[in-house]
Design a protein around this ligand. Structure first.
Ligand code: PT1
Length: 271
C-alpha cells in the first residue's frame, strides 16, 4: 500500500514564549495546542512538541520549565486528536513524563548523550530519533569543520545506534537524522541532502528538518518569514532522496508537495 511507502510530514509545535508573552506559560501553551490542531486538520502525520529552542545561539531552559511547557500541551492534544506526538527533548525526565502523558516518539538532537537519556529512552519503549550535531547550539555555527561530512555524520549515528542497541533498544525503533544546520555550513547541509540514502542503508528510517533554516535563507536571500517556498522545495528533494519523515513549520504547503511527489512516484489512482 502507498501508505507504507509514502513519506510522512511532522509539524513543528514550539512551546516557547514569543516576544509578546508576559512570562507566564498559559498563553504559550494554548497557542501551541491551537497550532497543532490546525495542522491535524491539514492531515499532518506527526506533531513534534518541543519546549527548548535548539536553533543557533539559543539559550538553555531548566528541566522544570521545559516540563511546564510541554506536558500540558501533550495532555491537551491526547484529549483532542489521535495524531501521534513526538517529544523534542534531550532531557531524561522530560522524555519519561512526555511518554507517560502520551507521546509515542522521542526526538533528541543530542542523540541520547545527556545524563540518563539512554536508559530513559529504553524504558519508554517508543521509537527514538538520533540526530547529529557538531558542538552545542550556543556556538555550533562559529566554525563547522569536517574532512568528510557524510562519513563523519553517519559514523556518529551508527555509534549512537550501537549504544542504543547495547542497552536493549531495537534497531527498528531507531531513526537517523543528519541534523541540518547543527554545526554545518550550507555546503555541508546540501552535501548531506544529496547523499541522504546512506542514512537508511542499515535499515533505519530517516527524519530531516530543514524548514526555514539558514540553509534556505542563504541561497534564497530571504529572511525568516519568507522561506516557505524554499523550504517546500527542500522538503520535496528530501522525499525524492528517501526521507521517511519531514519536520516542517508549513504543513498545508508541504502536504501539497507530498501529494505531487506521490503522484510523480506512484501515479494517480483514478477511480
Ligand atoms: C532537526 C531539528 C530538530 N531542528 C530534529 N529535531 C530543530 N530531529 C529542532 C538554522 O540553521 O533538524 N531535526 N529540532 C531546530 N534547530 C535549528 C537549527 C533551527 C538550525 C534553525 C537552524 O537556521
Amino acid at each position: 500500500m502507498l501508505g507504507d511507502k509514502s513519506p510522512q510530514v511532522m509539524g513543528i509545535i514550539n512551546v516557547t514564549p514569543d516576544s509578546f508573552s508576559d512570562g507566564g506559560e498559559h498563553n504559550t501553551v494554548s497557542k501551541a495546542v491551537q497550532g497543532a490542531l490546525n495542522m491535524v486538520n491539514e492531515g499532518v502525520h506527526w506533531l513534534d512538541v518541543g519546549g527548548e529552542s535548539t536553533r543557533p545561539g539559543a539559550s538553555v531552559v531548566s528541566e522544570q520549565q521545559e516540563l511546564d511547557r510541554v506536558i500540558p500541551v501533550i495532555q491537551a492534544l491526547k484529549q483532542q486528536t489521535s495524531t501521534p506526538i513526538s517529544i523534542d527533548t534531550s532531557k531524561a525526565a522530560v522524555m519519561k513524563e512526555a511518554v507517560s502523558a502520551g507521546a509515542s516518539m522521542i526526538n533528541d538532537v543530542c542523540a541520547l548523550q545527556q545524563d540518563g537519556a539512554l536508559k530513559a529512552a529504553k524504558d519508554c519503549n517508543v521509537p527514538v530519533c538520533l540526530m547529529h550535531m557538531q558542538g552545542k547550539p550556543q556556538t555550533m555555527q562559529l566554525a563547522p569543520s569536517y574532512e568528510n561530512v557524510v562519513d563523519e555524520v553517519f559514523a556518529f549515528l551508527i555509534d549512537r545506534a550501537k549504544a542504543c542497541i547495547d542497552i536493549g533498544i531495537a534497531n527498528s525503533n531507531i531513526l537517523f537524522d543528519p541534523g541540518f544546520g547543527f554545526g554545518k555550513n550550507s555546503n555541508h547541509n546540501y552535501h548531506l541532502l544529496r547523499n541522504l540514502t546512506i542514512f537508511s542503508s542499515k535499515g533505519n528510517k530517516v527524519l530531516v528538518g530543514m524548514s526555514r533554516k539558514r540553509m534556505i535563507g542563504e541561497v534564497t536571500q530571504r529572511d525568516n518569514d519568507n522561506r516557505v517556498a524554499g523550504s517546500v522545495a527542500a522538503a520535496t528533494l528530501a522525499m525524492h532522496c528517501g526521507a521517511h519523515i519531514i519536520r516542517v513549520h508549513d504543513v498545508p504547503q508541504t502536504m501539497d508537495a507530498l501529494k505531487v511527489f506521490n503522484a510523480f512516484k506512484y501515479g494517480v489512482d483514478n477511480k
